[in-house]
Design a protein around this ligand. Sequence first.
Ligand SMILES: [Zn+2]
Length: 411
Amino acid sequence: MHAYCCRFCGASLHVTMVDLGMSPLANAYLTAEQLHQMEPFYPLHVYVCEHCWLAQLETFTAPESIFSDYAYFSSYSDSWLQHAKAYVEMAVERFNLSATSHVVEIASNDGYLLQYFVARGIPVLGIEPAANVAAAAQQRGIQTLVRFFGEDLATQCVAHGTPADLVVGNNVLAHVPQLNDFVSGLKIVLKPHGVITMEFPHLLRLMAEKQCDTIYHEHFSYFSLRTVCAVFVAHGFTFFDVEELPPHGGSLRIYARHSEDVSHPMTPRVAALLGREEAAGLQCVDTYLAFAEEVKATKRRCLAFFLQAKQQGKSLAGYGAPAKGNTLLNYLGVGTDFLDYTVDRSPHKQGHFLPGTHIPILHPDAITTTKPDYLVILPWNIQAEIRQQMAHIREWGGRFVTLIPDVVVSV
Ligand SMILES: [Zn+2]
């Protein structure tokens, strides 16, 4: 038996939710030179805690090695920028933010979101551990600390006179190895009547829509509302609202306040969603065991598509080089024997190779030059945007393919 314990409650873990085998770090894009070197692979095995129902991966590598030179630049996705702008408009209105307020964003990336607060004259502080990404934010005038967030940093922020009226954390909670230290830091940095909003992928949607490709080593935790609520309650917070969001294939946005602060009224949405999670069986071991079987069936369907396409002499290219694509392609064992190449708009990824599968990442113009029969969209969560950008593949009879939750071929 392994001695592996729950990141939140400390109970030992025994129940497998899904085992995707061995996989490289999903954001470890390779240079041509690195193709000739050894490449580290780690188990991609999700357990669920039978006590608090936190689904989780073991932490194999120090976060410093995963996040210090992160290749993901938020500003390269149009839909994500629109989402950030709409959020800022909502938050300024709902929480009466002004030039005397202070907004802190954890994992602020290249300043993609804070720029909209700055444009409205609201003081901000970004916290971003990836130095290369933080430098991009600083270049556009957004004050950014190159640090990991936790109790230590929160204490320093307060000592320097910068507690927060609003703490924003989008797609960071799942990436936190020391979950209790992180939430405890939130308690320190938030003003008495301040608000926290956090967005993270919703476990209910991950399971319902078979999004097994959203599992990768950088995602340490997979949250239901019930479990994330338990974590925050344990650290003195109350959730007063929750929203279900379409971006990133089904995320939650939680709204938290200090438990002793009654200035933000409760909405009925928290209780309603907790009820739906219970009805879906998220507090039942069998639900997780059934998911493990569904993922194997997904693999068989995907491989059947790739085999048939190649037997028919078709050419295939990918669109996008997201972490989720790397999880899926490594789990399937699909390399350049099936996908000739993939393309990505980010110049930081072009000229590199996907980890594990070693598929080259090219500029999107390659699609027009080689005219593939099938364009496999790896970031299915922004497929509408990609179908628009790549509408011209229809000129040579090209078809779009998405693999999750099911294989869909369309014009
Ligand atoms: Zn637990």
